[in-house]
Design a protein around this ligand. Structure first.
Ligand code: FAD
Length: 388
């Protein structure tokens, strides 16, 4: 493993440049390859951002690779969002399994910094940064995916606790998670968007049962049954009944997809020696251009989020750009290598990795919000068009 870089570089004015830190992240990710190769659950995982390895996650925390732009007093390194994005891109390039990281840090950790009480931040963020707490995200339900405001999981405030009943589906990393970030309905009498709240809970709280389902992508997705789950009122994130704003802000963070740009660049580098004809080389150049454009979308969204400005349209553009690109790259792999690219050898070989990636890429335009929903957000927020 690489050396732990000193925390609080910012405090003494010795910030590493973005490229220096990214080189350190790259070396760390390379050092993790034997650990990744030894994880049986990753053998057929075609989308690194959907995979998990508790050992890698702990090493990321111990190495100072979590919370790079979070304040030092909350366990971070006090660097910039640009440093974080560059490191995440290197982690994606080296196929580190990042599902729990993306949920706990990029999505929920950043959202907690924006919406949670100071007390909750002080309790949770240093533990997340140390790699000791992994979060999963319980938003989707059987009747609430694209139409998230249709969620039915009910939370009643009884004294100083919420009592929660319901069911969550497609919960990535649930089987590895220590905590869950839950979207719940706290007032069914109010208009749909105004009766929702966000809670956080230890996943071992009595009444929470986790099960998992195998996916085409080569991993699993979780399901949570919640029965009379008691959650302290102090674990409310944001305002009571004001959860819609929190949910939308959380999704903005989730949709900044720097790590997937790294994965696409790795695939294009790996395919380059095989793309010999002029047509394949032309397509490869176009795909590289699209990857660089997706990177710029992500950087723009991150800069807005970092400045506390609205970023929904930009985050959706980043998410949509990279999701569609992944499917184009998967199709390109099939065109370049032909049937060989479908051989299921496990991700230890290029062919096996491409086969797994082609399976997993199908979900890229569904997870984190379907492509049609991203287009609707862009139409409304960026182009000023009416509701889709
Ligand atoms: C790999 C993966 C990981 C996931 N991880 C998580 C997680 O960790 N936590 C979590 O809460 N959820 C997670 N999800 C769930 C994901 O957020 C939902 O699958 C997604 O929001 C779509 O919802 P749905 O599956 O209910 O499909 P539906 O909402 O039923 O949509 C079905 C189809 O209808 C289209 N559609 C729906 N509404 C509209 C509309 N208004 N306009 C145009 N077209 C529309 C959609 O585009 C889609 O093609 C994950 C999903 C996947 C695939």
């Amino acid at each position: 493993m690489t050396e732990v870089l000193p925390a609080a570089e910012a405090a003494n004015g010795a910030w590493p440049s973005v490229s220096e830190l990214a080189a350190g992240a790259d070396a760390f990710a390379v050092s993790m390859q034997p650990v990744v190769a030894a994880e049986p659950q990753l053998r057929h995982q075609g989308m690194p951002s959907d995979g998990d390895s508790p050992a890698v996650h702990r090493a990321m925390g111990e190495g100072g690779w979590i919370g790079i732009h979070w304040p030092c007093e909350l366990g971070g390194r006090g660097l910039s969002y640009a440093h974080t994005l560059a490191c995440e891109e290197r982690f994606g390039y080296r196929w580190l399994p990042l599902s729990g990281y993306l949920l706990s840090v990029k999505t929920i950790g950043n959202a907690l910094r924006r919406f949670a009480s100071a007390e909750l931040q002080e309790r949770l963020l240093p533990e997340i940064a140390a790699g000791r707490i992994l979060f999963c995200q319980g938003f989707s339900e059987p009747e609430a995916g694209s139409d998230l405001a249709g969620l039915r999981t009910r939370a009643r405030l009884v004294g100083d606790r919420f009592v929660v009943d319901g069911r969550k589906l497609w919960t990535s990393s649930a089987e590895y998670a220590d905590w869950v970030y839950l979207a719940v309905r706290t007032d069914p009498q109010r208009p749909r968007h105004r009766g929702i709240s966000v809670l956080v809970a230890d996943i071992r709280t009595p009444g929470i049962t986790v099960s998992s389902h195998a996916t085409l992508g080569g991993g699993t997705l979780g399901e949570l049954a919640l029965e009379e789950v008691e959650i302290p009122a102090g674990q409310l994130v944001g305002e009571l009944h004001g959860g819609w704003r929190v949910l939308m802000g959380t999704l903005d963070h989730e949709r900044v997809t720097s790590e997937k740009v790294g994965t696409v660049l790795w695939l294009l580098d790996a395919l380059e020696p095989h793309a010999t004809g002029s047509e394949h080389r032309r397509v490869l150049r176009r795909l590289r251009g699209a990857a660089l454009a997706a990177r710029l979308h992500g950087r723009r969204a991150a800069a807005l989020l970092d400045a506390g400005r609205p970023a929904s349209a930009q985050s959706s553009m980043a998410k949509l750009a990279v999701a569609e690109l992944m499917q184009r790259v998967a199709a390109f792999a099939g065109a370049v290598l032909g049937p060989e690219s479908l051989l299921e050898e496990g991700i230890g070989t290029l062919r096996g990795r491409l086969a797994a990636f082609q399976r997993a890429a199908a979900a890229a335009t569904i997870s984190g919000g379907a492509a049609e929903i991203q287009r609707a957000v862009i139409a409304r927020r960026e182009l000023g068009m009416g509701r889709a």
